[in-house]
Design a protein around this ligand. Structure first.
Ligand code: GN1
Ligand code: MG
Length: 376
């Protein structure tokens, strides 16, 4: 995160509405793309984010999607026409705060950066590494409730804020270009990635082909429902909110389910250095799918459910490909803390993808077991 002075951060935070006087702004979380801060003021807390406009080149569309999403979910929650689980638990959607001067949902600072402020969901925590099966089940419920809440939002109401995002074949093309142009010299770790990709590239269009055949419909998706984007209530441990809504856009829910599975069912987390020990944990997947399909099984077709195991394998492959491509291009997309950070992250995802690949029959059996019973 770039060094920014407390005075500058406070001045930016004060642009947004909020009753109190801003006292402190501190870094929050460990996102790989945007810079996020917690703002403490005399009236409570809010979240301030600097959007990475190299990634989100049309920030106004990101904000527009957030507004569409917010009003859809607010309306559904207030109408009561939601999943029965929502009657029994707290569920919140972080809302956009407006600027004091012109009521806009974003602000461009004097350095040219785009900022936005959102409400803080109190008494919640999030984890980078799953703590156990009960938590995995809650993470699945959280994604299921989010999908259920947006399942009737027409995808066309959302702008495509990141063209090519989660279109695996387009990452493969970018990788082939990067491989030709890179200054990085061959070494064992890079060769391992190159071989891994070569052996699997032919199957990287499995979801896109299913979409083209009409087997998988476009739906609104979260785009980034990894483990630490689900807020859990501090006391009950129940899922309360999905955050990091910049990538909400039309897409295949499979990328979401796959992302949730890959990030929750790797007990070592995506930042581990114990590469050879990385594996996909079926017990956690069992719990997560029980939670997810218990909620979302009602609107997913049997054909859609059938692609879930492949989606988990593919999204880990895709993320590995994205990390490796960024490594080859000199770490221009994902923030890196040390020189080969994105290379290490790629290796972890490839190891995880291979572990899923080796357990596909078992994963298929879990999806079938937790699928909603057929209506009689
Ligand atoms: C990025 O910024 P963050 O950490 O929420 C990335 C996701 C990846 C994730 C991997 C817009 O998310 O797609 O899955 O890193 N977001 C974007 O940790 O590219
Ligand atoms: Mg994100």
């Amino acid at each position: 995160m770039p060094a920014r002075s407390q005075d500058d951060l406070i001045a930016i935070a004060e642009v947004f509405q909020g009753e109190g006087c801003v006292q402190m702004v501190q870094p929050l979380g460990n996102g790989n793309v945007n810079d996020t801060y917690l703002v403490q003021s005399t009236s409570g807390s809010t979240v301030l984010q600097c959007l990475n406009t190299r990634v989100f080149q049309q920030p106004e569309l990101v904000l527009q999607n957030l507004e569409v999403l917010g009003s859809h979910i607010d309306q559904k929650l207030s109408s009561g026409a939601t999943h029965p689980l929502l009657q029994q638990r707290r569920w919140q959607l972080p809302s956009l705060l407006r600027t004091k001067t012109n009521g806009q949902s974003w602000h461009r600072c004097s350095a040219g950066h785009v900022w936005r402020s959102i409400s803080f969901v109190p008494d919640c925590t999030c984890v980078n590494v799953v703590e156990g099966a009960e938590q995995a089940r809650e993470l699945g419920i959280g994604l299921g409730l989010f999908h259920q809440l947006i399942s009737d939002l027409p995808p066309a109401a959302l702008a495509d804020t990141l063209e090519g995002f989660h279109i695996t074949p387009s990452y493969l093309e970018a990788y082939h270009r990067a491989l030709v142009q890179t200054d990085r010299q061959p070494n064992a770790a890079r060769e391992r990635c190159i071989a891994f990709i070569r052996e699997r590239e032919a199957s990287c269009d499995v979801l896109e082909r299913a979409k083209q055949r009409g087997d998988l419909p476009m739906r609104p998706i979260h785009g980034d429902p990894k483990i630490n984007n689900v807020l859990l209530d501090c006391r009950s441990g129940q899922a309360v909110a999905l955050i990091d809504l910049d990538t909400v856009k039309p897409g295949l829910v499979h990328y979401d389910i796959g992302d949730c599975l890959r990030s929750c069912c790797n007990r070592l987390g995506e930042e581990t250095d114990q590469l050879e020990a990385v594996q996909f944990d079926l017990d956690l997947a069992d719990a997560l799918l029980e939670g997810y399909l218990g909620v979302a099984g009602s609107f997913l077709s049997e054909v859609e459910r059938g692609y879930i195991p492949e989606a988990a394998r593919l999204i880990s492959f895709e993320l590995g490909l994205r990390f490796f491509c960024d490594h080859l291009q000199g770490d221009t997309y994902f923030k890196a803390d040390y020189p080969d950070h994105n290379l290490q992250r790629a290796l972890v995802q490839f190891q995880l993808s291979a572990s899923i690949e080796n357990q596909l029959p078992q994963l298929r059996a879990l999806v079938e077991r937790h699928a909603a019973p057929a209506a009689v």
